[in-house]
Write a protein that binds this ligand. Sequence first.
Ligand code: ADP
Ligand SMILES: O=C(O)C[C@@H](O)[C@H](O)C(=O)COP(=O)(O)O
Length: 330
Amino acid sequence: MNTIPFPQDRPLDLIAIGRLCIDMNANEINRPMEETLTFTKYLGGSPANIAVAAARLGLRTGFIGKVAHDQLGNYITGYLVKEGIDTGNIVVDRTGAVTGLSFTEIKSPEDCSILMYRDNVADLKLEPKDVKEEYIRQSKAILISGTALSKSPSREAVFMALEYAIKHDVLVFFDVDYRPYSWNSPEETGIYCRMVAEKSDVIIAGREEFDLMEAPFGELKHDDWYTAETWLRCKAKLVMVKHGSNGSISFTNDGKTFRSGTYPTQVVKTFGAGDSFAGAFIYGLFQGWSVDRCQKFGSAAASIVVASHSCSDAMPTVEQIQAVIDRNEN
Ligand SMILES: Nc1ncnc2c1ncn2[C@@H]1O[C@H](COP(=O)(O)OP(=O)(O)O)[C@@H](O)[C@H]1O
Ligand SMILES: O=C(O)C[C@@H](O)[C@H](O)C(=O)COP(=O)(O)O
């Protein structure tokens, strides 16, 4: 039996919901932002990156989101169409909201940061009425990105999607994707993310992100086993804790634990690791692979993306990921 039992006979594998943005990645790497002169534009936003990763690997992927009514909004939708992602449920904002921008600073391979411009962004204007029950029931799984919970009406739209997913046995992936800039306080983040995590089938997050959700449960434990126990007691079938360059550890509701290290690579920048990891990991679960194998596959995908300049554009194919695994096993 598969670790994760997906519903069968649905035209779509995965629908991502949330942020559709632009990454402006510094061309002059190993310099602070103040001295960076030029940037290259890419599709960005964590769920958008994961959707691209999944589609490149062959999953039938769709998206629920809102884009600005301008050239950047057109660019985003056009990019997704080129990747074979269904954009029929991406709505164009008519309130004058703008596209979220992420300017990346690559000071060194270990020292990277992101400067986000996210005031009045179109993605957070997604409304409950933009989320169609009929669309969600056509998919085997949805992917919720935590940042979409940071403001209304996007927050309510996500809860709507979550309820439709549960009603139609659509599997729920939750990637916490904590971006402090989007939230009023860590407490607010913890409360809303916890409400989704409690109803999710697979939770993917870093140590700090789990800590945010676990804070009100008592003294913070910063402990992966405590995390597993907390969330597997709810609805989760699988809990994935990411530890950056130290790899990841996952726990399943049949009591198993899996660890993965990382694949050696020439790191250009650190961001994009999580999204490529999630996309490839999710793909593996769809193939019915063991969690162990999915985790390695995710890790190999991340090693390719951290060695590249972009996130979305660099998402690898199955063959490219397999080549990394083979190279390191021989
Ligand atoms: N420097 C690195 N080299 C190779 N693989 C990496 C590196 N950093 C992260 N990874 C891989 O990507 C996964 C997710 O990375 P992480 O940094 O935890 O996510 P996020 O980008 O969401 O913070 C890790 O578990 C690991 O497999
Ligand atoms: O999510 C964003 O808005 C920015 C991303 O597009 C960016 O490339 C990034 O930070 C990727 O995140 P990660 O995979 O969690 O490192």
